[in-house]
Design a protein around this ligand. Structure first.
Ligand code: DX5
Ligand code: ZN
Length: 233
């Protein structure tokens, strides 16, 4: 796939109806989602438990775009093959999840997926420098991972700007995860982000039975994100 820095909206199914994941994936794609973001939590690396590779495998036939799997688990390496076999296009691991993130990123690519690297809000970007050439996406967490519906942490905007400069011409996406709304989206796209994860702001007001609010919510985030770029140009 060629690298594009066009704005992509990636709804997180953490805010979907847990009894209807397949239908929810189809609904958000029909309503304009570019990617589907899947939040895997283990109750150990983060204080919440969601789902694992079997759920990813079950929803894969309901996703036509990109299955973007965010692993908030530790350890990571024993599970990479299972998520790759489940059809993940992108597998993102946290820099804080263990001492051998370099090995983890190598293993993700070796398993045939694109490799993502996530940073908690308290993690500085210095540690990313020697990982850039093995990374396809950097996920800047703008909340502490574990739950949807938290407040955007503004101090991360400067981190995005500095990361963007560090990345230069490399084909690496900058993804923002946490607290994205039409109000916060322009702050991060003008700093250099191109993938916006949004859970509560996409799913609010809608349902599988009435998914049109998902479309309105996605359009509102996209328009705000893109207008910031136009104003900056
Ligand atoms: C948080 C997850 C996010 C979360 C975002 O740990 O990684 O993907 O679902 O939810 P909102 O958009 O509601 O902040
Ligand atoms: Zn996430």
């Amino acid at each position: 796939m060629t690298h594009s820095r066009a704005i992509k909206i990636a709804p997180s199914i953490l805010s979907a109806d847990f009894a209807a994941f397949g239908a929810e994936c189809e609904a958000i794609e029909a309503q304009g989602a570019d990617w589907v973001h899947v939040d895997v939590m283990d109750g150990h690396f983060v204080p919440n438990i969601t789902f694992g590779p079997q759920l990813c495998k079950a929803i894969r036939p309901h996703i036509r775009t990109v299955m973007d799997v965010h692993l908030m688990i530790s350890p990571v390496d024993p599970y990479i093959a299972a998520f790759a076999d489940a059809g993940a296009d992108i597998i993102t691991a946290h820099l804080e999840a263990g001492p051998h993130i370099h090995r983890t990123l190598q293993a993700i690519r070796a398993a045939g997926a694109r490799a993502g690297l996530a940073l908690n809000p308290g993690t500085p970007i210095d540690a990313v420098e020697h990982l850039l050439d093995m990374t396809d996406l950097i996920c800047v967490m703008t909340v502490n991972p574990g739950f949807g519906g938290q407040k955007f942490i503004h101090s991360q905007i400067d981190k995005v700007r500095r990361l963007r400069a560090m990345i230069g011409d490399r084909p690496i996406h900058i993804e923002i995860d946490g607290g994205i709304t039409p109000e916060t989206a322009p702050l991060v796209t003008s700093a250099g982000a191109d993938v916006l994860v949004a859970g509560s702001a996409v799913f609010k007001g809608g349902s599988v039975a009435d998914p049109t609010p998902y479309g309105a919510n996605i359009r509102a985030i996209r328009q705000a994100a893109e207008s910031a770029l136009r104003n900056a140009a």
